[in-house]
Design a binder for this molecule. Structure first.
Ligand code: ADP
Ligand code: MG
Length: 163
């Protein structure tokens, strides 16, 4: 992985990115896996169906996880370990959360949210707004908005910079 600052900076400089179709979104996910430093918390905002899960799924696959990556809509959290056979990201622990169905930010405690954060190398959170101020500051915030047809606009921001 590249140095944390440079990697995130390179994404911020390219923002916003116009994505023409789902394949291009998957390509972006695969690029993200090469740029995200260990310890990154990535939050993703955008309407239902914008493509947040598509982007996270392809990033997780980019890290070398080969199995199914399902949307954590009902389970709220899904976790993945990159197999030892993967040379670059061997043993990398990933967590994918979707807080859409969270009824109260307090529920994060029952989910063992603090442990989730400390036990995973890269954590993705869809619908961070639902966690309110219970979420720590993300390294990268992704906003996806709809364009014409399958087009999407993907913006990256550094929450620390906007604070
Ligand atoms: N450019 C695109 N990027 C991502 N998904 C797209 C795109 N165009 C169409 N889609 C479709 O939009 C849907 C995105 O779903 P999903 O990633 O689950 O959304 P979200 O997690 O934001 O609610 C999928 O059905 C996907 O096939
Ligand atoms: Mg989703």
């Amino acid at each position: 992985m590249t140095s944390p600052d440079t990697a995130i900076q390179s994404l911020l400089q390219r923002s916003p990115i116009t994505i023409t179709d789902e394949a291009a979104m998957q390509q972006l996910g695969s690029e993200l896996s090469k740029l995200l430093p260990r310890g990154s918390l990535v939050t993703l905002s955008g309407e239902l169906g914008a493509g947040k899960s598509v982007l996270v799924r392809s990033t997780i696959h980019g890290f070398g996880y080969r199995g199914r990556v399902k949307s954590p809509t009902y389970t709220l959290i899904e976790t993945y370990s990159v197999p030892e056979t993967n040379h670059e990201y061997s043993g990398l622990q990933l967590a994918h959360l979707d807080l859409y169905r969270l009824t109260d930010p307090d529920e994060l405690e029952y989910l063992g949210f603090d442990d989730v954060l400390s036990n995973h190398d890269v954590v993705f959170i869809e619908w961070p707004e639902q966690g309110a101020d219970r979420l720590p500051e993300a390294a990268l915030h992704v906003t996806i908005s709809y364009g014409e047809g399958d087009t999407r606009q993907v913006s990256f921001s550094d929450p620390a910079e906007n604070a």
